[in-house]
Write a protein that binds this ligand. Structure first.
Ligand SMILES: Nc1ncnc2c1ncn2[C@@H]1O[C@H](COP(=O)(O)OP(=O)(O)OP(=O)(O)O)[C@@H](O)[C@H]1O
Ligand SMILES: [Mg+2]
Length: 128
């Protein structure tokens, strides 16, 4: 899943919320310098990326980035624009923007069947 939105639009906060919902109580910091942070969840691999400081495509290979994007891993990517075509097609792309009430607006787009199923489940839970 990719997270789009300008600086401070709430990408890291959204990831923190997802991890809290999965029972992670420790710190959830932006992986701006490390590029990736791993969270041990019982049933899946969870990786949080922030490519804001990603500069050259060589970094993708030298850091072994493609090894993270496996079927058994949840990968959430801030600043996907920085890596461009190197990034696999995401199941979902979420775009955050500032709302007039001080909160945030969210637009979600699915690119795969799994992504569509996720949005359907979300819509079903929202309407009850
Ligand atoms: N839904 C929200 N409503 C109100 N404030 C929010 C919301 N989401 C995040 N914020 C606030 O916005 C600030 C920036 O949030 P955050 O660090 O998550 O942004 P970001 O998109 O990850 O930024 P960056 O591009 O620098 O990584 C924080 O102070 C956070 O509390
Ligand atoms: Mg962030």
């Amino acid at each position: 899943m990719t997270l789009h939105g300008e600086l401070g639009s709430g990408k890291t906060t959204l990831v923190r919320g997802l991890l809290r919902a999965r029972g992670v109580s420790g710190p959830v910091k932006s992986p701006t310098y490390a590029l990736v942070e791993h969270y041990p969840l019982s049933s899946l691999y969870f990786y949080h990326f922030d490519f804001y400081r990603f500069v050259t495509p060589n970094e993708w290979d030298s850091a072994g980035m493609s090894d993270y994007f496996r079927d058994d891993a949840v990968c959430i990517v801030e600043w996907p624009e920085r890596v461009g075509d190197l990034l696999p097609v995401p199941d979902l792309a979420l775009s955050l923007s500032y709302a007039t009430d001080g909160g945030r607006d969210l637009v979600a787009e699915a690119f795969t069947v799994a992504g569509e199923q996720c949005l359907s489940a979300l819509a079903a839970s929202a309407t009850g």
